[in-house]
Design a protein around this ligand. Structure first.
Ligand code: SF4
Length: 321
């Protein structure tokens, strides 16, 4: 099947709403759907992939893989997001100074390695009154993560209602927008939206570039628009077997992120979640990756290599040998 990059240019593809309306399914891509986690991807992100290559590092992030069905010994919710961490529908607290609100339950592309892939189908979106009440009852919370799904799939006014309400609270030092749209839907970052978001002085954008090929002229322009308007952008990659677990690939990614003024912040070891075990790398190889990055990148370009462990009080650094 030809890559969607071979399709003739269509100016409508520059509109984020068009991209969402025309998201591709497994059937559109000539693949079988798998139960539990549907394949869904924007034409833009699919166009970055070589669909004829079974090892393509972009395609593997959105195409269903029968390995997902193999038993891997993991459950769908090791972090208790549906259990102890849930304080109201769609509102979670795992750490004392932060609260996460799932303000939307869909994404521009369904990542095969998604940590919440087993939860989103039965999740409830957060409500703003519930979030404000949770913050009032927890005065030590100083950061809110607006997450999902992806909050950038909300219409502008709905997204700004969340941001504006939170930006007014003296209790908060930071609002994090957790979104993969700089990678999968960069045209979402229109100038009017960025200008309105930039009125909030405590907003940070946190995204997830996993491979250097994801840094296209469009994604770089989206990040530049944010940074130029005073909104810091940081990146949290996920270490994915066969996709970016090569030190040279990861170093290239970090260097390109720095050039785009996106701070490479974390590399997460892939979480122990049911259905994504085939993406997990050998933990014994992680220290060598860390050493290689430290040796080849300056501090500003070098992310922390960490593991998010169930019940741990904070992210755990994966230390050198
Ligand atoms: S964008 Fe985030 S929440 Fe959405 S599928 Fe990807 S990893 Fe999961």
């Amino acid at each position: 099947m030809p890559s969607t990059a071979d399709l003739p240019p269509d100016p409508r593809r520059a509109d984020w709403r068009w991209q969402l309306r025309h998201r591709l399914t497994a059937r559109d891509l000539g693949r079988d759907e798998l139960p539990a986690w549907p394949c869904l991807v924007t034409p833009y992100y699919a166009s970055l992939a070589d669909l004829s290559d079974p090892d393509d590092p972009i395609a593997r992030q959105f195409l269903p893989d029968p390995s997902e069905l193999l038993p891997d010994g993991f459950g769908p919710d090791p972090f208790g997001e549906d259990g102890p961490a849930a304080i109201a529908p769609g509102i979670k607290q795992r750490f004392p100074d932060r609260i996460l609100a799932q303000v939307n339950l869909t994404c521009a592309a369904n990542c095969r390695h998604c940590t919440r892939r087993g939860l989103l189908g039965r999740a409830h979106a957060a409500s703003l009154p519930d979030l404000l009440a949770a913050l009032k009852a927890r005065p030590k919370v100083r950061e809110v993560l607006l997450s999902g799904g992806d909050p950038l799939l909300l219409p502008d006014d709905a997204l700004l209602a969340w941001v504006d309400a939170l930006a007014d609270l003296p209790q908060l030092d930071a609002i994090r927008l957790c979104t993969r749209t700089p990678v999968t839907l960069p045209m979402r970052w229109t100038l009017p939206l960025v200008r309105r978001l930039a009125r909030s002085k405590c907003l940070w954008v946190q995204t997830q570039f996993n491979h250097p090929r994801e840094l296209t002229s469009q994604s770089i322009a989206a990040c530049a628009r944010l940074v130029d308007h005073g909104i810091p952008v940081s990146n949290q990659s996920v270490l994915l077997k066969g996709i970016n677990d090569d030190p040279a690939v990861m170093a290239e990614l970090c260097a390109k992120l720095q050039r785009a003024r996106v701070r490479p912040y974390y590399i997460f070891l892939c979480d122990p979640i049911a259905g994504i075990g085939h993406f997990r790398t050998d933990p014994a190889a992680a220290p060598a990756l860390r050493e290689s990055l430290l040796s080849n990148l300056g501090g500003l370009a070098c992310p922390r290599l960490v593991a998010d462990l169930p019940a741990a009080p904070h992210k755990q650094d994966v230390l050198g040998r």
